[in-house]
Write a protein that binds this ligand. Structure first.
Ligand SMILES: Nc1nc2c([nH]c(=O)n2[C@H]2C[C@H](O)[C@@H](COP(=O)(O)OP(=O)(O)OP(=O)(O)O)O2)c(=O)[nH]1
Length: 147
């Protein structure tokens, strides 16, 4: 029991010191923008939210805006936290924010592709494992496209 308590508290300490990767859940017209990684080889082809590591001294919101400018060439407006943080490694957390895009067309700079995803496609993409944890929080934000 003591060993387990030690392991749990050790993990809490690690997570307190963890770096944050922000992910932007950009929603427009009831669709979510997903992007497909092109590197490294073990994750190439899998889907994720736009985003990346928060730099020292930077706020989460600033990091969302910077990463989306770098990766998509557009200026998003971050809104609220989407869900609890998802641990990626002992020293890294994924923190997702909802965001909106007042104008512009996202164009990938270093990803294979970007796609606007509706509610019926959401579960079918080959998401990175941490992003899969976010899918239940994303579903209520998406609306079916009228046929
Ligand atoms: N951006 C982003 N990264 C994610 C998501 N889910 C997930 O597991 N990751 C992982 C992949 C990477 O190991 C790490 C972030 O890497 P990154 O390549 O996007 O971030 P970065 O631009 O700051 O990193 P780098 O290229 O400078 O190494 O987080 C996600 O939804 N968005």
């Amino acid at each position: 029991m003591q060993a387990r308590a030690h392991a749990v508290s050790q993990r809490s300490v690690e997570l307190l010191n963890a770096r944050v990767v922000v992910g932007a859940a950009i929603i427009r017209n009831g669709l979510l923008l997903a992007q497909q990684r092109s590197y490294p080889p073990d994750t190439a082809g899998r889907w994720e939210l736009p985003g990346g590591r928060v730099e020292p001294g930077e706020t989460d919101h600033d990091a969302v805006i910077r990463e989306c400018r770098e990766e998509l060439g557009v200026t998003v407006v971050p809104d609220t936290r989407l869900a609890p943080d998802v641990p990626l490694r002992p020293d890294l957390l994924l923190r997702a924010y909802t965001a909106h895009l007042p104008e512009g067309t996202p164009t990938p700079t270093d990803h294979q592709a970007v796609r606007w995803i509706g509610p019926t496609e959401l579960d079918t993409l080959d998401w990175l494992p941490a992003d899969r944890v976010l899918l239940p929080a994303l579903h209520p934000l998406l609306t079916p496209t009228p046929t």
